[in-house]
Design a protein around this ligand. Structure first.
Ligand code: 3NM
Ligand code: MG
Length: 513
């Protein structure tokens, strides 16, 4: 008898506390089962019912679920599952019985799920051979008051990669139709191990329209996310088009950026033909994100720390993620202090950063690698070029996004292909804000690009154009050392840059690593 392999795609956990008016657990489950896309498995979770009442409710629900062929699991109570004869149980670590005992009581055909929230639990869980694991909480959730610290998608991924490929897993905690695509997409690990589904309580149980909630979740899970490229090809003949698209679409770049670089970022955004907006008012994030051709720059250079500043960044990230807008995250100084490293990791773990851009120290820090002790935020480079290309590639592949490491050479990867640009000017690191404002230019290129295309082309194009303008401005200095004058000349060069008269075909073709 092979062990059961339930379809865990949309896993509903019931809750009698946050029901909408005039509904019951029974009526919500009944409605869900009538949906075009009902939950694929249902767990009955009752923390306060007497055994007799629990069995009575479970029998009623089982009559519904068995009619629709949806497996019913009972939270914690093996005795209730036995009394009802349903498909299995879901256990936690403080529950009455452990997995081996439940297996003995229920027999080999029943489903036995187990919750895990860290590596220590995972290790113990794997010894007990449950049918599937419930990983959580992904996000902080009011539905379960005593939950463990949130894992973020990076925490889920880390647990997934420590599981054998045959072990089934769902994630739970704060998942809803806004974030489900991102949770599934980002939790995928480097070897391709992915979640078998997601579990929700309030996204369905607290909804006054549970049928719509089920169908919407099903569709969101099965549709390609807005931010996932469908095309990884890079055609150099598109480069002039990416540039022209900025004039054509006049993208808006929403910045939450640091106080030192606001003015130069705004001027450079304007110079290339895009519009900057520096908004740190959460009340307008949703409206800004809903505009056409919008990109977002999140730069933590002068973050103040604490809950409020984290909420500010996460609020913008959430709104732009929901719309599928490109978000470029600049983890300024991420390797310099613990507070910065933690802040950067919270952002990357809680939202989807389409592009992460940083210097060597910052990217190393985000990749969880040792960083040489950094003194300011302008982290010094030390790695060889092969090593740097590999770090950039691995981080992009892990995050399923694009990573750019700036420095004497710029490395760009989407986890599939990695490019290196060697052009640019020494002045780029001598005038403050020039590095940060590259983020604005990249955001503009990406926001103006066609929605379903890979953004690696626009990113390479933006960096290439930026470097060429920097070289041209340097030539105008005629050898004398004039960083101030260079900065002005650079903005002017950017304003007049077109890509068509640059031989970027050669630049790119020669530089794939
Ligand atoms: N278990 P919602 S979190 C039942 O971390 C449960 O194991 C969790 O509710 C865990 O979908 C959770 O409303 C509640 O956020 C999830
Ligand atoms: Mg439990």
């Amino acid at each position: 008898m092979p062990p059961p392999r339930p379809n865990l795609e949309l896993y509903l956990v019931t809750d009698s506390v946050n029901l909408p008016p005039n509904s019951t657990v029974y009526s919500q489950v009944e409605a869900c089962l009538s949906a075009k896309h009902p939950p694929t498995v249902i767990q009955l979770r009752e923390k306060h019912l007497s055994t007799a009442k629990f069995i009575e409710l479970a029998r009623d629900i089982y009559a519904l679920t068995s009619k629709h062929g949806v497996p019913l699991l009972i939270n914690d109570r093996v005795d209730v599952a036995l009394a009802v004869g349903c498909e299995g149980v879901h256990l936690g670590w403080d529950d009455m019985v452990d997995v081996p005992t439940a297996r003995k009581l229920l027999g080999p055909e029943k489903i036995i799920g187990l919750s895990v929230s860290d590596h220590e639990q995972l290790e113990k869980a794997l010894e007990m051979d449950p049918t599937y694991l419930g990983i959580g909480p992904v996000f902080s959730t009011p539905t379960k008051s005593d939950h463990n610290p949130p894992l973020g998608t990076s925490g889920v991924r880390s647990l997934l990669s420590a599981m054998p490929s045959t072990m089934q897993a769902v994630a739970i905690g704060g998942i809803n139709h806004d974030n489900v695509q991102r949770v599934l997409f980002q939790s995928k690990d480097i070897s391709g191990k992915r979640l078998d589904g997601i579990a929700v309580v309030s996204a369905i149980m607290a909804s006054p329209l549970p049928v719509g909630a089920c169908n919407l979740l099903h569709e969101t899970i099965n549709w390609p996310p807005l931010f996932v490229p469908t095309d990884y090809s890079i055609r150099a003949e598109d480069f002039p088009i990416y540039r022209d698209n900025i004039h054509k679409h006049k993208p808006l770049v929403h910045h939450i950026t640091n106080n030192v670089v606001k003015s130069i970022s705004a001027n450079i955004t304007l110079a290339i033909g895009a519009s900057p907006v520096m908004s740190e008012n959460p009340a307008e994030f949703a409206d800004l994100a809903a505009l056409p051709n919008v990109g977002c720059v999140l730069n933590m250079g002068t973050f103040t720390g604490g809950r409020e500043s984290l909420e500010l960044f996460l609020g913008a990230l959430r709104e732009h993620n929901v719309r599928g807008n490109p978000v470029i995250f600049d983890p300024v100084g991420a390797g310099a202090t613990n507070a910065r490293r933690e802040f950067a990791q919270m952002i990357v773990g809680t939202g989807y950063c389409t592009i992460i851009k940083g210097n060597e120290g910052e990217i190393r820090s985000l990749a969880g690698l040792e960083t040489a002790k950094m003194r300011g935020v302008d982290g010094a480079g030390e790695g060889g070029s092969e090593e740097l290309a590999e770090i950039v590639h691995d981080l992009a592949s892990l995050e399923n996004n694009i990573v750019l490491m700036t420095g004497p050479k710029d490395y760009i990867s989407n986890g599939a292909r990695t490019f290196c640009l060697s052009n640019g000017s020494k002045y780029q690191s001598r005038v403050t804000g020039i590095g940060c404002a590259l983020g604005s230019v990249i955001a503009a290129f990406c926001a103006a690009a066609p929605v379903d295309e890979s953004l690696i082309g626009p990113v390479i194009s933006a960096v290439g154009m930026y470097n060429i303008a920097a070289e041209r401005a340097e030539k105008l200095m005629e050898g004398s050392d004039q960083p101030g004058k260079w900065a002005t000349a650079f903005v002017d060069c950017l304003a007049t840059m077109t890509m068509s008269n640059e031989n970027l075909t050669e630049l790119i073709a020669a530089q794939e690593v």
